[in-house]
Design a protein around this ligand. Sequence first.
Ligand code: NAP
Ligand code: MG
Length: 482
Amino acid sequence: MASNMRIPDPLNLIGGQWVPPRSGKTLEVVSPIDGEVFTRIADSGAEDIDAAVAAARSAFEEGEWSRLTAAERGRLLLRFSQAILDNAEELAQLETRDNGKPIAQSRADMTVTARYFEFYGGGADKVHGDVIPFLNGYNVQMTREPHGVTGHIIPWNYPAQMFGRSVAAALAMGNAAVMKPAEDACLSVLRLGEIANAILPPGALNIVAGRGEVAGKALSQHRGIDFISFTGSPEVGQMIQIEAARNFIGCTLELGGKSPQIVFEDADLDAALPVLANAIIQNGGQTCSAGARVLVQRSIYDSLMARLKERFEAVEASPSEEGAILGPLISARQKRRVEGYIDNADAPLVARGRVAEHAPKGGYYVAPALFGPVAPDARIAQEEVFGPVLVAIPFDTEAEAIRIANGTEYGLVAGIWTRDGGRQHRVAKAMRCGQVFVNGYGAGGGVELPFGGIRKSGHGREKGFEALYEFSTIKTIVINHG
Ligand code: NAP
Ligand code: MG
């Protein structure tokens, strides 16, 4: 419960110890619910990143962490998973205060976070190599080994979940991790670090809080890391990849999208309707895989839009109490950005929700907006808004729907609504993205399901067993036994 919430101190987790940033500097933490400062976090610099990378290196090469078997690593991650569940309510309250998301969403996020450590804890001892037939007199083994020290930079939209998604697979493979969470919301990550630190050997997991352009940059440029996993904006993702190239290391980038939900005239609209709306309202639309464009076959366009209009008008942005479905956005900056898109949209406004009367005036509330009909190449149909803004685009034929769906620089997720089995397969196959849902939509969750994008949505896969492969490297051992 809220009264038991433990707000972490402005410290970093380095080598199993909670230490202040070397500079002694801290940053204010604001709650989006009321815009008030309620605590501080470390404002770390390059020296703190240096210390964290050194601690991770030592854990990976000679520490207790390096001596564990895969089964032992897995068992520790399973214990951590249970500890997250044991502290889930407190963590959820903290997440809501820090990020502003509705409490029901924070509770769901903690279940998913625990699930990451359960899934990868169970996976740790199931990754194995291969024996490859070669010349007579040779035995060839292919082994999968950890990269070493992995860097992790995550955004503010799902702090706990992103922590789990990125770090659980890396640790399961035996890497030692250094994480830089987002300045705008990282308290749950620090609290998770406290819980983990009672379970994991020192240096396996290190967390350094601070600003992206200082601590994040220092991590991405550090010569002591062997791999980097980044989730956030395409602009920063591009810089991460450039730094990775300078460092001759690999990276995974998860950079968001403008994902389509395609509704054909034969779809079960009663089933589709709540999902279509939720895919952009959930987490205030601040989800990389948000269903931001709804493509509607023209014959059902007017009737579906009338129903979507009704839904959008009923949505109220409110403080993130019990029953809330739309909370505030993360920051004043993000509120201005989303309102800028709404005010300057190059398309007709169909519906606007409301901001609750009792919402604190200093909070970052934005009423959701529905636009349509929107031209496929309109700015609001092409750029990621990262807010509760849905654009509706009419289409006539299946071929046109496919063209529009694939017609952005992004390619993360797609949803297809149709009862026609042939069409389900054809359209799913034609989608240029990393994940396709037929008669459903999966923004968030699904830790078993490989996830990631193409082009401006990034590359590499997280979630599922694939993430264990991303966080490992292959060695081929050729033995001439005569
Ligand atoms: P961002 O700047 O890319 O932030 C993501 C992470 O990168 C944060 O931890 C950030 O730290 C860090 N970072 C920032 N500059 C860095 C640098 N030069 N070197 C290394 N790390 C750096 O994203 P944002 O500003 O929070 O959001 C901007 C837009 O990105 C959003 O409006 C949205 O369109 C998109 N976005 C996408 C996702 C997604 O899940 N794909 C998530 C968030 C945002 P600090 O935050 O502490 O500065
Ligand atoms: Mg905050």
